[in-house]
Design a protein around this ligand. Structure first.
Ligand code: NAI
Length: 344
């Protein structure tokens, strides 16, 4: 089947091409640097399947353009589908498939990396030493051992983070989820309500999907309920956080450390080199001025293992669709859902 791949980077081309050839999928792959949006949808003309990435435009007008020119399958190369208008896809007869499982370890390990880098000021230490400053000024950290972590969303990724902090670092782990994991409970994870988690945690890490319920889960109210000096990490979706409220929390010292791999307005910047251009997003610019903030460009998923699995599942989804096989990777619109904001 002919598959038009949008927002494709050299690494996407490398992994998709290799897996397509070595594992005998035999699809016709057409790569575009451009992100999928109204102005570029026509590039997919003649492709029964398109494969966009997380920050592409999946609104009704784009989906309508795709459907009109013969596309029948949207094969996402991501787990998250919060920005897909699933209602529109359904109306237009488009099937949407995603990659529910690639490497949860990739994102979980990156979450721990952010927490450690913030706590031990690794970025500052690196530049100090490179500039010949071997003093320890400004590098004081704290032991994670014995601290309390609060994990919001204990699915695949949050579950690994919880277990790692509990067993690897000797943290007490509080968790909040709509569904409780017996396995994690047996390990010693304590499920509490969200307010108690915020009140008790030295480190809050977000791993729930972006839904109507979780939009701006971190806002002025929840920040006021957190421990002063808390470390907040978000490797899930930018919309979980009200950025303005977090900036005020940082200025007031209520938030002591912030690690973001995702940002609500990331679609304008992330995955691209803007180093020679002006950043005209005032909130992003402000975040980048804080010494106790690390922002990374949605790289949690970016490991060899994850890219290989994303390629394999995406190409497998296209084959299942082509051969009319049913698949649990089909994303369905649920009643009451708006703009597909539901799961990841
Ligand atoms: P998952 O579906 O395995 O787990 C999500 C958990 O959140 C589930 O246990 C679910 O019950 C829980 N949840 C749902 N609604 C909730 C609510 N209102 N409050 C509390 N918990 C709620 O998902 P997975 O694979 O662990 O992914 C988690 C997040 O990480 C997703 O948002 C995904 O988009 C994001 N992600 C980020 C990546 C990155 O590169 N930074 C890469 C892959 C995923």
């Amino acid at each position: 089947m002919r598959l038009s791949i949008f927002s494709s980077k050299p690494y996407d081309r490398r992994f998709l091409t290799r897996v397509n050839e070595e594992e005998g999928f035999g699809h016709e792959l057409v790569f575009y640097d451009a992100r999928l949006e109204e102005a570029t949808a026509q590039l997919a003309h003649g492709s029964a399947a398109v494969s966009p990435f997380v920050n592409d435009d999946f609104g009704r007008p784009v989906l309508a353009d795709l459907a009109e020119q013969g596309t029948r399958l949207v094969a996402l190369r991501s787990a998250g589908f919060n920005n897909v208008d699933l209602g529109a896809a359904h109306d237009l007869g488009l099937t949407v498939m995603h990659v529910p499982d690639y490497s949860p370890y990739a994102v979980a390990e990156f979450t721990i990396a952010l927490a450690l880098a913030l706590n031990r000021h690794l970025s500052r230490a690196y530049t100090h030493v490179r500039e010949g400053d071997f003093s320890l000024q400004g590098l004081l950290g704290f032991d994670l051992h014995g601290k309390t972590a609060g994990i919001v969303g204990t699915g695949k990724i949050g579950g690994i983070v919880a277990e790692t902090l509990l067993r690897g670092f000797g943290c007490r782990v509080l968790a909040y989820d709509l569904y409780l994991s017996d396995r994690l409970r047996r390990l010693g994870v304590e499920y509490v309500d969200l307010d108690d988690l915020m009140r008790g945690a030295d480190l809050v890490s977000l791993h729930c999907p972006l839904t109507e319920d979780t939009y701006h889960l971190i806002d002025r109210r929840s920040i006021a309920g957190m421990k002063p000096g808390v470390m907040l990490i978000n490797t899930s979706r930018g919309g979980l956080i009200d950025t303005g409220a977090v900036i005020d929390g940082l200025k007031a010292g209520r938030i002591g450390y912030l690690g973001l791999d995702v940002y609500e307005e990331e679609a304008r910047y992330f995955f691209e080199d803007h180093s020679t251009r002006l950043i005209d997003d005032d909130e992003l610019s402000r975040l980048l001025t804080f010494p106790n903030v690390i922002v990374t460009s949605h790289q949690g998923f970016f490991t060899r293992e994850a890219l290989e699995q994303i390629a394999r599942t995406t190409l497998g989804n296209v084959r299942d669709f082509e051969e009319g096989r049913s698949s649990s990777n089909v994303v369905r619109a649920h009643p009451g859902e708006q703009n597909g904001r539901r799961a990841a």
